[in-house]
Design a protein around this ligand. Structure first.
Ligand SMILES: C[S@@+](CC[C@H](N)C(=O)[O-])C[C@H]1O[C@@H](n2cnc3c(N)ncnc32)[C@H](O)[C@@H]1O
Length: 295
């Protein structure tokens, strides 16, 4: 018979999940430095929103786009540049504050966005918006992987179905679980990369490792930031700073089941924002669904 987890292990996992939800989003400048040059997903979301929400703000349109896990606006700002009204929902205030700062800087540089952005501090499992009130919902760049139980995931999908207007679109992307990568040695350091911290200017070394919990389907990733003082280019045994990132692995059939149980209709489910079929070579699952129109 399978052994039950000890209380101590349960407590440790609870702490890891809490840190794995917050840690990575406490330093938005570093976040932007690490992910700012990703463009394939941004282009995919912008093309989808342009095609499905034609009524732009400057034309007096009322079509509103809700972005779940908007963070520091990597996708939000390009969406708003297309002239759309975006509600940027996130539970982490530092990320949304950084988004607001970036919008102010664009205005000061005389390069304002054409649409509108409204920041909303909230949890995506309890969306504080009225039924049928938005035209399109997007959940970019793995934000759904921060919902760790099936109950949290289902609550979010049901909320999406509730706030979408009939005929409205939902689009999201999550990583394709990489079964080989998940089993890597949790004690080795990978992706070792020297870099200069964007805020402090300090020379540092980035590295990661991870541990997959088969029971909960959560991968606990540790991101190490070591000082590269003295030209040292190897991670230290005792790191200067460790950031936890917990990612719930969501398998394709599970994602499609959530769509169906929430009452949405699957439209497409493909790989890497290139319409690729879902196989072991792709990195991201990109999904589009619709809320059925009432008869
Ligand atoms: C990987 S980041 C994505 C940020 C941004 N969309 C991007 O593409 O760069 C995930 C975001 O989801 C947010 N998040 C995680 N769990 C959340 C929840 N339950 N409700 C709302 N936001 C959440 C995090 O704070 C973080 O900003």
């Amino acid at each position: 018979m399978a052994r039950r987890r000890s209380r101590a292990r349960e407590r440790e996992l609870t702490t890891l999940l809490a840190r794995g939800t917050d840690d990575h989003y406490l330093d938005p400048l570093l976040y932007d430095f690490e992910y700012g040059d990703q463009t394939a997903d941004v282009e995919w979301y912008c093309a989808l929103v342009d095609a499905r929400v034609p009524d732009r703000v400057e034309l007096g349109g009322s079509g509103t786009v809700l972005e779940l896990g908007a963070g520091s606006g990597r996708v939000t700002i390009p969406l708003a540049r297309g002239g759309h009204r975006i509600i940027a929902l996130d539970r982490m205030e530092p990320m949304l504050e950084h988004l607001a700062l970036k919008v102010r800087r664009l205005e000061q540089a005389d390069y304002p966005i054409e649409g509108e952005i409204e920041a909303l501090v909230a949890d995506m499992t309890a969306i504080p918006l009225a039924d049928d009130s938005v035209s399109l919902v997007v959940a970019p760049f793995n934000c759904l992987m921060h919902l760790y139980t099936w109950q949290e995931l289902l609550a979010c999908f049901c909320e999406v179905a509730r706030v979408l207007e009939p005929g409205g679109t939902f689009a999201c992307d999550v990583l394709m679980p990489d079964l080989e990568w998940l089993q890597w040695d949790p004690n080795e350091r990978h992706a070792v990369t020297p870099f200069e911290h964007p805020r402090t200017g300090r020379k540092m070394i980035y590295s990661t490792n991870h541990e997959y919990d088969h029971d909960t389907q959560v991968c606990h990733i540790r991101i190490y930031y070591d000082s590269a003082k003295g030209g040292r280019l190897r991670p230290r045994t005792t790191p200067d700073h460790v950031v936890h990132l917990a990612h719930r692995q969501i398998f394709p059939e599970e994602l499609r089941m959530l769509v169906g149980v929430a009452g949405l209709k699957l439209e497409s489910h493909t790989g890497d924002f290139l319409n690729l079929s879902l196989n072991e070579d792709i990195e991201a699952q990109a999904l589009i669904a619709r809320k059925p129109v009432r008869e």
